[in-house]
Design a protein. Structure first.
Length: 356
């Protein structure tokens, strides 16, 4: 009799526990359902896109956006991206665990539809220059696709604002936007009144085409040269990167040459040494005066519209106008940046180029 009574008590207790568990699960789902909402975002194509929140899985087909999501502290949500982002040495340093789960989702034809379908993201981010192609390729997946344009300082900040709304993180991200606005203005306050701007040639060595290239008028590099108080010699060339030779460089005869590289296999320092030691360049003004400088690269070069462009602006301002920015410590600004946004000490980061 005693055992039967104990068994009945146990059965009743278990029944109550299971009931409470079921109720708890139900209320949790109801709560989740209540917290789920849909927002409407107008992207850079002018399209209104409906996005369900919370966004927990992102595929970014725009490498610049991927790098910026990590700046915003939202790297955990990125499950797929481009070759540039997947191979990004700085992301691997700052977020080793996150970078391992980020899959390559591009292909020679554009999007790796099968890989993206496996990820089943809540959102896809596309660049303005290939968003229509991506929309066609991914149309059957019924995933919202946001088009961004990060190719000017103003559009870069606007893109951060759009991403912060999507990720419901506007208040925290406001400090990032304020940082860029305030530090950009610090430079412009001193360079806007400069009348005699030195001629600056920014040049990269393309590992793919095995040629020297300079940025055309549409590219970000010319914008920050101008903001830093210089005049880009290539700012009237068409489109993006243009192949250039030493004969053209001699015609421009720049006061300053800035070397950049997007590969750590052949760095901006390597290109600087090549130019300085090449007899064909010896009579160009910048080479004769020793004003050839290697753009810093920490795994991401500081000259293009990724998070470090603000450091690149500081560096260019000091490089082009040391007489105005003599008291500016670019290394100190970089150290503050790394600590503020990535919680990294600068001595843990390998920076290639003329940081000092």
């Amino acid at each position: 009799m005693y055992r039967k009574t104990i068994l009945r008590i146990i059965v009743v207790a278990l029944t109550i526990l299971f009931s409470l568990s079921a109720l708890s699960g139900c209320s949790s789902k109801q709560l989740s359902s209540k917290n789920t909402k849909t927002i409407t975002i107008t992207d850079f194509s002018g399209t209104e896109i409906k996005v369900k929140q919370p966004v927990q899985k992102i595929v970014s087909m725009y490498g610049l956006a991927t790098q910026t999501l990590f700046l915003m502290g939202e790297g955990d949500e990125v499950f797929g991206s481009t070759k540039m982002a997947v191979n990004d040495a700085f992301i691997k340093l700052a977020y080793p665990d996150v970078s391992k789960k980020m899959k390559l989702v591009t292909s020679p034809n554009g999007s790796n539809v099968e890989e993206i379908a496996k990820i089943n993201p809540d959102l896809v981010i596309a660049a303005f220059w290939n968003s229509e192609q991506i929309k066609k390729q991914l149309g059957d997946l019924k995933i919202p696709i946001i088009t961004l344009n990060m190719e000017t300082p103003e559009n870069y900040i606007k893109s951060i604002e759009i991403l912060s709304k999507i990720l419901n993180d506007e208040q925290r991200v406001r400090s990032i936007i304020d940082y860029y606005d305030e530090n950009m203005q610090k430079i412009l306050d001193k360079t806007n009144t400069i009348k005699n701007k030195p001629k600056v040639m920014l040049v990269e060595y393309s590992m793919r085409s095995k040629a020297l290239k300079v940025p055309g008028k549409e590219y970000f590099q010319n914008t920050i040269i101008n903001m830093a108080g210089g005049e880009s010699v290539s700012n009237t060339l068409p489109g993006g990167w243009n192949v250039v030779n030493v004969e053209q460089a001699a015609k421009w005869d720049p006061d300053i040459i800035i070397t950049v590289s997007y590969s750590l296999k052949y760095t901006s320092e390597d290109l600087k040494k090549t130019i300085m030691n090449d007899i064909a360049w010896k009579n160009i003004r910048a080479v004769k005066s020793g004003k050839v400088y290697a753009m810093p690269n920490d795994g991401e070069s500081w000259d293009y519209p990724a998070p470090k462009w603000i450091l690149g602006l500081y560096w260019m301002a000091k490089t082009i106008h040391p007489e105005i920015f003599g008291n500016l410590s670019v290394k100190e600004e970089a150290a503050n940046f790394y600590k503020k946004f990535y919680n990294l000490d600068i001595d843990k980061i390998k920076i290639v180029g003329d940081l000092n």
